[in-house]
Design a protein around this ligand. Structure first.
Ligand SMILES: [Ca+2]
Length: 129
């Protein structure tokens, strides 16, 4: 049990060390209406290249609660961009379908936002000065 506990502590420390706590930020799907292969995107720094496997493939997406997804037509944040708040987007407008090459997904750290594993039971932050 001790080994397991230490592993959890280390995992938590890594999470806190990261600038943005890693959590699932969005799901990108190859096909419309959330079908086909899915790419799970973490909250974090900008991603300048979605990768050859996913370049110009995304056709629908879900943005998790408290998160915002910005996508660009070209790599390195080139071309036009669009930003979408939390929600489900089963159909992309034609100009965005199969045309995403870079993205940035960020989640709010607001209390109550999903994705904090049990932390609200142990972490108490002062609410006043
Ligand atoms: Ca597609």
């Amino acid at each position: 049990m001790k080994t397991v506990w230490m592993g959890l502590v280390a995992w938590g420390a890594l999470g806190l060390a990261a600038q943005a706590q890693a959590r699932t930020c969005a799901y990108l799907y190859d096909d419309e209406t959330f079908r086909g292969e899915v790419l799970e995107v973490q909250s974090g720094p900008k991603v300048p290249d979605i990768g050859s496997q996913w370049n110009d493939r995304v056709s629908s997406w879900k943005v998790e609660r408290g998160c915002t997804l910005t996508v660009w037509h070209d790599t390195n944040f080139g071309g036009s961009s669009t930003t979408l708040r939390e929600g489900h987007y089963p159909f992309m407008r034609e100009r965005w379908n199969n045309s995403i090459s870079s993205y940035h997904c960020m989640c709010s750290d607001a209390p109550g936002a999903r994705g904090w594993p049990s932390s609200k039971k142990v972490a108490k932050f002062p609410s006043g000065p």
